[in-house]
Design a protein. Structure first.
Length: 265
């Protein structure tokens, strides 16, 4: 090949855009120009370079990805997704400890896609953000891991249990102790509801909180100094929900069913 492929792809946003566009479907010159909203002169050289390098082919004025181009784009997309995710909230990701996310999911963190970073003001610091509350209450399945006690959680999850939603709540032992000590009525309702399953986590390194429903995935991370701020990452979309369910499953691997009697004594 006449050009270094890494230089050819990574150092040109326009060539990257063309590859991603052709990954959707083959197109003629006019369609490429219109889709990217560019002039003819601005993409002619890019197309030529990619043809010369074997990334794309041209037949009857139709441009397509070559076999090599398809392989490269397939492997390029996860990296681009990750870069896009980290770029949105760079300061957050750099200042927080990612060790509570297992490597196999950290490598695929780009699957979260667009994330919203929520940080309540001082007057609402102990309240569940409305967007999260609405998403939870309108869901039929709620998977939750909690390593710290949120004062609004017992009433919220009791309301969910009474609505018939399927709940799986995995907690550290200290959170379970506070739940049964400070909110005994709600704890008893949750532990006895047929649609509610409670678990105790035995994993040493934990994520502060994780909520996965059929609508949203939301979680908090410790800062690099070990402190926990009330900053919440929210993401929507099918790939994000699948990623979140895998993270919940990872924590459930080191969990066991909660023994209600041991906390009611």
């Amino acid at each position: 090949m006449k050009h270094c492929l890494l230089n050819l792809i990574l150092f040109s946003g326009r060539r990257k855009d063309i590859l991603l566009l052709l990954n959707e479907k083959s197109r003629d010159f006019g369609e490429i120009k219109e889709s990217l909203n560019v002039t003819s002169s601005s993409i002619q050289l890019h197309l030529k370079k990619m043809k010369d390098s074997g990334l794309i082919t041209q037949k009857n004025k139709i441009y397509s990805l070559s076999d090599i181009g398809e392989i490269i784009v397939e492997n390029m997309q996860p990296m681009l997704s990750m870069a896009g995710l980290l770029e949105e909230n760079t300061e957050y990701w750099l200042s927080h400890d990612l060790s509570s996310i297992p490597d196999f999911l950290l490598e695929r963190i780009g699957e979260l896609g667009h994330c919203e970073l929520l940080e309540p003001d001082a007057g609402h610091i102990f309240e569940t953000p409305q967007i999260l509350r609405d998403s939870i209450l309108s869901s039929r399945e709620i998977l939750t891991f909690a390593a710290y006690f949120h004062p609004q959680a017992p009433s919220l999850y009791t309301e969910l249990a009474e609505s018939g939603a399927e709940i799986a709540l995995c907690m550290t032992e200290s959170v379970a102790q506070r739940l049964f000590l400070n909110n005994r009525i709600e704890a008893e309702k949750l532990s006895r509801a047929m649609n509610s399953r409670l678990f105790i986590s035995r994993r040493s390194t934990t994520i502060p909180s994780l909520i996965v429903t059929d609508k949203v995935v939301a979680f908090k991370l410790f800062e690099n100094n070990g402190k926990l701020r009330d900053q919440l990452i929210l993401s929507f979309g099918e790939r994000a929900l699948c990623w979140g369910k895998e993270l919940f499953k990872y924590y459930m691997e080191a969990a066991e069913p909660l023994n209600e009697k041991s906390f009611l004594q």
